[in-house]
Design a protein around this ligand. Sequence first.
Ligand SMILES: Nc1nc2c(c(=O)[nH]1)N[C@H]1C(S)=C(S)[C@@H](COP(=O)(O)OP(=O)(O)OC[C@H]3O[C@@H](n4cnc5c(=O)[nH]c(N)nc54)[C@H](O)[C@@H]3O)O[C@H]1N2
Ligand SMILES: Nc1nc2c(c(=O)[nH]1)N[C@H]1C(S)=C(S)[C@@H](COP(=O)(O)OP(=O)(O)OC[C@H]3O[C@@H](n4cnc5c(=O)[nH]c(N)nc54)[C@H](O)[C@@H]3O)O[C@H]1N2
Ligand code: SF4
Ligand SMILES: [Mo]
Length: 692
Amino acid sequence: MNARAEFARAVCPHDCPDTCAMRVTVENGKAIKVSGDPDHPPTQGVLCTKVTRYAERVHHPKRLTQPMKRIGRKGEGRFEPISWDEACAIAAARLGEIAQRAPEAILPYSYAGTMGLVQGDSIAQRFFHRLGASRLDRAICAAAGAAGLRYTYGSSLGMLTEHFAESEVILIWGANPIASNLHFWTRAQEAKRNGAKLIAIDPYRSLTAEKCHQHIALKPGTDGALALGMMHVLITEDGLDHDYIAAHTHGFEQLKARALTYTPARVAQICGIEEQIVIDLARLYASTRKAAIRMNYGLQRVRGGGNAVRAIACLPALTGAWRERAGGVLLSSSGWAPVDGNALQRPDLIPGWPKHQPRIVNMNQVGDALTHAGDAAFGPKVEAIVVYNSNPVAVAPESAKVAAGFAREDLFTIVLEQFQTDTADYADLLLPATTQLEHLDVHKSYGHTYVMANLPAIAPVGEARPNTEIFRSIARAMGLNEPALFESDEEVAARAFDWSDPVLAGADWARLKQDGWIKLNIADAPFANGGFRTPTGKCEFYSETLAKAGLEPVPDYLPPHESADGAPELAARYPLAMISPPARNFLNSTFVNVESLRATEGEPHLDLHPTDAARRNIADGDQVRVFNDRGSMQVRARVSDRAREGLVVGLSIWWKKLAPDGRNANEVTSQALTDLGGSATFYDCLVEVERA
Ligand SMILES: Nc1nc2c(c(=O)[nH]1)N[C@H]1C(S)=C(S)[C@@H](COP(=O)(O)OP(=O)(O)OC[C@H]3O[C@@H](n4cnc5c(=O)[nH]c(N)nc54)[C@H](O)[C@@H]3O)O[C@H]1N2
Ligand SMILES: Nc1nc2c(c(=O)[nH]1)N[C@H]1C(S)=C(S)[C@@H](COP(=O)(O)OP(=O)(O)OC[C@H]3O[C@@H](n4cnc5c(=O)[nH]c(N)nc54)[C@H](O)[C@@H]3O)O[C@H]1N2
Ligand code: SF4
Ligand SMILES: [Mo]
């Protein structure tokens, strides 16, 4: 081993829009330090606090380093080490037997523990496709927003982050960038120094909202109404760019008719804000040329999330803000990267494809899926679940059901993990996975427009293997022989993008590998002259695609599933709306087990308004019980006006076993889905709170 300190180049693998370039200092084969790459323009040499601790996580004493099999009860978390050969033989025998009989009884379950295209979903997908397993709808996070953008712009496309620095007004809408999009916040600060006005639209006074010039604290799940109310003002006061509308949009008359029903007075009532706020916001937005909106996923975790994103996405096409590079909207930029999904995942390996299409299970309803006995509509009972890059027992909604499913004695569970998470405790086979510093990968970003390569900086810790290698090993033990299952990580990486796409301007894998990143070739003001990727080529206020699918073709406001408007009887019993957005020092449930970061977060809290607290005789610092019909958890109350009246906020996502009462916010969240995209509705959740 080389004793001399050196840098290796890596990419932050986490589910975060920033996709930072990292430099890894390696000494004696160990990563001792990770820092932001100063040469990568979006990263600018800075990582967030949590990832600065990445080396601590990689060499953490509790890293899983050996394959193990369960010796205790399900959920108890007692295991004994076995060899890789034995582990693969057990996996091959069970999965092979089920695949012969009822392939759809096998359910892969994964999300974005790593955003890497290779360790994310390449060999794993190919493997499950080859077996004919159930397919997973990976809709736990962004699917409503992605659908909203797809029906409006044609894909997940938006402004380039760097141009926000020149914006004159920035609406930070359902986003908390100080916690979850730090490098965007740097741009917003630049804009602020140049005189821009920053406005946060968020029911909670987040770390970000408190640093903006204005904070509009609307009721959760009412953003669609606010956007339609803004349109009302734009239309009645003629704040429109008629030329842009005529040339580059589709369905203005229908949108106009809809918006005219959303008077500022009606919207004020829906959103729980003052009428004048709606009017002033619209006027400011219409009168500013460089008006930018940074939406984020916080606003779409409610029933009407897809329509809300669609309504907001219409705004810059109405005012012509898209003509400016510092105007427009950014929710996700991931659609700019020409990822070749078919080459990575090979759906053609599915036996009988495309005539035979294995069932799709929505990951947000994994609780229902694992507790379903099977019938004609659902298909076969789930007999095996293989979890990688995710921690469903902590992160999936309606946790009690999820845990009950995982506790089934007749369920065969394989978990590929770096740590013994809440989910790992239920595994029959627990297989040690490498971290980003130990494997190869390629990345796109949903917050900037570079594609990036991650090369291993150190050898795998212990006997850990990359996800790809684990699936190759199991495939080998099953006697499968499709070459696609045995491609090397580098071969897979080279196929990840369609290199002939003009945004890659003639680059190839060899260059990406050598340079570390490639900036995609995208126009500064991408929709200044239209060029939307919809069927009409325009920004679709009216979507024929939605109409054909029997869905509402023009954006509308839908009240939350759980709200006084949506469900009055439920609201009478459970009057408080609960949201559980990310805590700054965790990344979803990742890093909760890093002691230094957990210590900074302290313990699970619930923010509630003084009026709501007084009504329940709750004082700051009291232990309280949060509950509804689905479950309950106990946390410490923080009484302040950070949460608007009627709202409670439990920053998340705690590992259950590291929380004092062994529970987290997902005890109370529901498996209901959004209007578009089948997304989760974590922030559409009514509860009651009482002193414990
Ligand atoms: N530090 C940190 N960073 C992260 C993560 C993390 O866990 N920790 N998670 C990553 C992941 S997976 C994602 S998806 C993103 C999430 O980050 P964001 O996309 O920013 O979304 P959230 O943090 O869910 O919510 C952002 C804000 O929306 C507010 N909000 C909640 N409901 C509503 C609503 O109905 N309307 C409006 N207008 N606002 C609402 C919340 O109070 C919160 O302050 O961050 C990524 N980055
Ligand atoms: N109440 C509530 N629940 C939520 C949310 C919320 O705001 N509130 N947010 C939701 C959102 S937006 C999201 S995206 C989901 C996130 O849910 P998940 O995608 O499950 O994210 P994490 O909790 O970070 O878990 C990822 C796991 O993957 C593991 N991992 C990382 N890299 C690798 C690898 O290379 N190989 C393997 N095998 N494992 C790896 C990590 O150790 C970690 O345990 O949670 C959702 N749940
Ligand atoms: S989590 Fe986000 S901000 Fe932090 S290092 Fe990773 S990409 Fe950068
Ligand atoms: Mo997410």
